[in-house]
Design a protein around this ligand. Structure first.
Ligand code: UT7
Length: 322
């Protein structure tokens, strides 16, 4: 049987760091409120001229180097993002060109914070079908450019960054199960009000920003992420006790704690980056995976559960052996 194996990871975080204390000077908030309600202490924010593809390229170079492959080995590029440079061409196409990757499928995936999980799951299917031999899969986000920096309900939560993985076919596991879902009935709880075919040229739309009913999102996120985790384990016939690591979407420490509790998993077995990165949407899971691998906690052969939840709502999980 062919499995899809992660053979390299990388991440890029913009240079500029915005702390909770910096935010205290910008909106009516406190470090204490942000830390206790969300777990966030600081986040990275792109420079004015920096784009999502800029961050993707940097994260991808590190993952390519880590995997010990050449750019010419790559035969598929997937970029999960909600903040692409352009409406088109898609971000994956820009990344392919900038890295000098030969002609291949270049797919943009848009599922809000779940975009990377959607992209990795898609790559897994292509690899298992024999349609791809080496895929570059990225989750990246310039979410700071979609945020209203005068709205304390949202601006304290988010950060920018990119995480990349290289996946290849392997006889050894590998991704053992995936699970994706969505329910559009919740579209009004978390959305961006302007798009290519809606109000793009309307006066005042440059003032548009992320709209979120935070506490309602919170409730559905806690319930859904618990289910997402148990469903993927059931699909693989694996008991939660066997899990070595949970690599969750880093939206809020309290949501992560609730998921860990549902899995009976101590927080020592959870890779946490929310304190340093904030919620980086599509970038949060691949960046957390890279953090855990590079600091030596996540080791080859260990069982890892990655999961995410975002606007739509969308959700998904990937269970894999490193
Ligand atoms: O990425 C995937 C999707 N996103 C999420 O998963 C986010 C899910 N939601 C959350 O993480 C939480 O709901 C938030 C962190 C956004 C908010 O926490 P909460 O405990 O749900 O607070 P709340 O929205 O119910 O607001 C409680 C109070 C309000 O004041 P009143 O009405 O009680 O007087 C807010 O106005 O906290 C106030 N508040 C703030 N106070 C200080 C809201 N934001 C801030 C702030 N600083 N930044």
């Amino acid at each position: 049987m062919t499995y899809t194996k992660i053979v390299g990871t990388g991440r890029y975080l913009p240079e500029r760091i915005l702390t909770n204390f910096d935010l205290e000077k910008m909106v009516d908030t406190t470090d204490e409120w942000i830390r206790t309600r969300t777990g966030v202490e600081r986040r990275h924010v792109v420079a004015a001229e920096q784009t999502t593809s800029d961050m993707c390229v940097e994260a991808a170079k590190i993952a390519i180097d880590d995997a010990g492959i050449k750019v010419t080995d790559i035969d598929m590029v997937l970029v999960g993002t909600t903040s692409p440079d352009l409406i088109f061409p898609n971000c994956a196409t820009l990344v392919q060109h900038r890295l000098g990757i030969p002609a291949c499928p270049a797919i943009g995936m848009e599922a809000a914070c779940t975009s990377f999980i959607y992209a990795l799951t898609t790559a897994d299917k292509f690899i298992k079908a024999g349609e791809a031999k080496c895929a570059l899969v990225i989750g990246a986000e310039c979410i700071s450019k979609l945020v209203d920096w005068t709205d304390r309900n949202t601006c304290v939560l988010f950060g920018d960054g990119a995480g990349a993985v290289i996946v290849r076919p392997s006889e050894e596991p590998g991704i053992v199960a995936t699970h994706l879902g969505a329910d559009g009935q919740y579209k009004d709880l978390l959305y961006y009000p302007v798009g290519a075919s809606k109000d793009l040229h309307k006066a005042g739309t440059d003032q548009a920003s992320i709209m979120m009913t935070g506490n309602e999102v919170f409730k559905v996120a806690v319930k859904t992420l618990g289910n997402v985790a148990t469903e993927v384990l059931a699909k693989a016939g694996i008991h939660q006790d066997e899990l070595d690591w949970l690599v969750p979407h880093q939206a809020n420490i309290r949501i992560i704690q609730a998921t860990a509790k549902r899995l009976d998993l101590p927080l020592e077995k959870v890779i946490l980056t929310v304190q340093d990165h904030g919620n980086t949407s599509a970038a949060s899971v691949p960046m957390a995976l890279d953090v855990g691998r590079r600091d030596g906690r996540i080791k080859p052969g260990q069982l890892v559960l990655m999961e995410a939840f975002g606007g739509g709502f969308t959700w998904g999980s990937v269970l894999l052996r490193m």
